[in-house]
Design a binder for this molecule. Structure first.
Ligand code: PSU
Ligand code: MN
Length: 307
């Protein structure tokens, strides 16, 4: 892990050296996914949720061209509050480093850096995926193809309903990315408990995920990603009727405003947060905190097996 040009937080260095559980966290949800000023508070809460479940949080991002695994509070604050933080996918990392940029890492970039750093578990809100109209626009998140080649377990609440959920699941199958439901056989739709599609596999405990990870090693089938899909309980989801209305309106505005490319996801998330008057924000925060806790429990179970 040390030959990469990465700054590690001290706690992260110690935990990796000692084989203690570590959970990677992304910074794009902080800088681009959640509105200010809540984003910084939530970023700290996510780290706290990981700690309370017994693991060390490693929030990943880039500050002044330096790639950091385990952002300290001043750096986390900077990414959450300054203007002009770039959204960094894998392909952007080197350019951002060479030009001294501030940047937040997406699921794709966070996965790649975490795996290179020797971190096996990562918590986020929702994965990027295939956008609606992708047949014309070719807009498919680099999260998918990156997970095809990156050995990391990603705990998420499925993909946002703003995407083409069915097409995303098909692409994950083609790319060889494992998908397991956590106590469910339905793929979650982020704000919604049920994204409308069945899953082949489900597990009931963090220990069972650790069993899967151990079997991947034993069988030599550990080169790609594994998604643990953790749905919100039905009574905590966004009201489906409010959701459908907000989504239809958001998609219409997207077209009206001509928003494309990497701006699409932040635009739609911001629309949800304002149009639902904070209801989607509360749901979003719940999702991330639940995923952080589950990821930490998985990291703890996996570390116990290795010990
Ligand atoms: N899901 C969320 N909030 C987010 C994102 C996903 O609930 O902010 C971010 C993640 O960082 C993800 C990225 O990797 O959006 C996907 O962007 P794109 O569709 O441009 O690949
Ligand atoms: Mn895209």
């Amino acid at each position: 892990m040390t030959d990469l040009h990465i700054r590690y937080g001290t706690e992260v260095t110690d935990a990796l050296r000692d084989g203690h559980p570590v959970v990677a966290l992304e910074s794009t949800i902080v800088s681009h996914g959640l509105p200010r000023p809540d984003n910084l508070r939530v970023a700290r809460q996510i780290e706290q949720a990981v700690r309370e479940a017994g693991a060390v949080p490693a929030t990943i991002g880039m500050v002044a061209g330096e790639l950091v695994v385990g952002l300290d509070d001043p750096r986390l604050t900077r990414l959450a509050t300054v203007d002009g933080v770039a959204k960094l996918s894998v392909r952007d990392l080197a350019v951002a480093a060479a030009t001294g940029a501030d940047g937040a890492t997406t699921v794709a970039a966070t996965s790649a850096v975490a795996a290179a750093a020797g971190i096996g578990v990562f918590a986020t809100g929702g994965l990027g995926g295939v956008h609606r109209e992708a047949a014309q626009s070719f807009d498919e998140s680099a999260d998918l193809v990156t997970l095809a080649r990156t050995p990391i377990t990603v705990v998420c609440a499925g993909v946002k309903s703003i995407l083409d959920v069915g097409a995303t699941l098909e692409r994950l199958e083609t790319l060889g990315v494992g998908v397991i439901g956590y106590r469910t056989r339905r793929f979650p739709g982020f704000y919604l408990t049920d994204g409308g599609f069945d899953l082949d596999w489900s597990v009931d405990s963090p220990e069972q995920v650790a069993d899967v990870l151990a079997a991947r090693e034993q069988h030599g089938v550990h080169h790609g990603g594994l998604i643990v899909a953790n749905p919100l309980p039905a009574d905590e989801q966004l009201d489906p009727e409010l959701h459908d209305r907000t989504l239809a309106d958001g998609l219409a505005r997207l077209e009206r405003d001509g928003v494309t490319g990497k701006a699409v996801t932040p635009y739609l998330l911001a629309h949800f947060h304002s149009a639902t008057e904070g209801a989607s924000l509360a749901v979003n925060v719940r999702i991330i905190l639940r995923n952080a806790e589950l990821a930490a429990r998985i990291a703890v179970a996996a570390a116990a097996r290795r010990a």
